[in-house]
Design a protein around this ligand. Structure first.
Ligand SMILES: [Zn+2]
Length: 295
């Protein structure tokens, strides 16, 4: 040990004139003349990965505009999946740094999700141009399934394989692979109703999905009729959604219902609480009970 220390100190001393030209990698602490970091003698057991969640987005822009928005301004993502016919995925922010993709957000007891998530942007127009103003005249509160633009097949394959890799490396629980709408339901609707969460679950083993048998069990009409608003809202909270505790389906609460439907009943996203939505929520809670650590 003593010999190593001397050698290190000497090496540090010899490199002194070069300080200013050499950059120490951020993850690696410098050694000075007065201290050396010993990372071998003791190790803590109370620790976990900083990355807990993967958040998927769509860009509402084409390739050129998306790259401009995500590289020059104050929004960014770790990865960008364009709709080009090639095998590239662009890494815009290293996974060890925060990308600015989530904004004001919360899920599963965590807020400010930029701190603990990997953000993936997918180039997709979002709502079809002819429907962009569809909510303005007050006739519709939320965009139905057919207003959304479908994703390119190759994009889905690339996103799925990228998510598989990230989820495995950080050991991310299925529930924590989510969309921007899930974590910011009153501000965001991406990646929208046409993002195929169920296919990702079935074909790639990614994310959460309910078992049909459980859903049918919870579809019992009496169960929904007897459920109170606070009970249903608690079921949303149990799953991870942030929802207020008013005794009504006000706009903010319906935004959560809509975000949930975009994810788990995408062909009929209405924002209205109904029997099937509650059955799906209960089936999910049955399958994915509990949360990851809060430390
Ligand atoms: Zn987004």
């Amino acid at each position: 040990m003593a010999k190593n220390f001397t050698a290190l100190a000497l090496a540090t001393f010899l490199s002194l004139p070069l300080i200013g030209c050499i950059t120490t990698p951020k993850a690696q602490m410098a050694t000075t003349e007065s201290f050396v970091i010993d990372s071998e003698t003791y190790q803590s057991t109370g620790k976990s990965e900083r990355i807990k969640t993967i958040v998927l987005h769509y860009t509402v822009s084409d390739n050129a505009r998306s790259i401009k928005l995500l590289t020059r301004g104050k929004v960014s993502a770790h990865y960008l999946v364009m709709d080009k016919n090639d095998n590239k995925i662009y890494s815009l922010v290293p996974e060890s740094e925060r990308a600015w993709h989530a904004g004001d957000s919360g899920f599963a007891g965590r807020t400010i999700l930029n701190d603990t998530s990997i953000g993936i942007e997918i180039v997709n127009a979002g709502i079809k141009p002819e429907y962009r103003n569809a909510l303005n005249n007050g006739a519709l509160d939320y965009h139905p399934y057919e207003h959304y633009v479908a994703f390119d097949e190759l994009q889905i394959k690339k996103v799925a394989e990228l998510v598989q890799d990230i989820a495995a490396r950080y050991d991310i629980p299925p529930k924590n692979i989510i969309g921007h709408a899930d974590i910011a339901p009153s501000r965001k609707i991406d990646p929208g109703a046409k993002f195929p969460w169920q296919r990702l679950y079935n074909e790639y083993g990614i994310g959460a999905w309910y078992d049909e048998f459980d859903k049918q069990f919870f579809m019992h009409p009496d169960a929904f009729a007897a459920a109170t608003i606070p009970e249903i809202k608690q079921a949303f909270r149990d799953y991870g959604y942030q929802i207020n505790d008013t005794d009504a389906w006000d706009k903010a609460s319906r935004d959560v219902v809509y975000a949930f439907q975009l994810h788990f009943r995408p062909e009929q996203p209405t924002g209205n609480m109904d029997r099937e939505t509650y059955a799906i929520l209960q089936a999910l809670n049955k399958k994915y009970a509990g949360r990851d650590d809060f430390y």
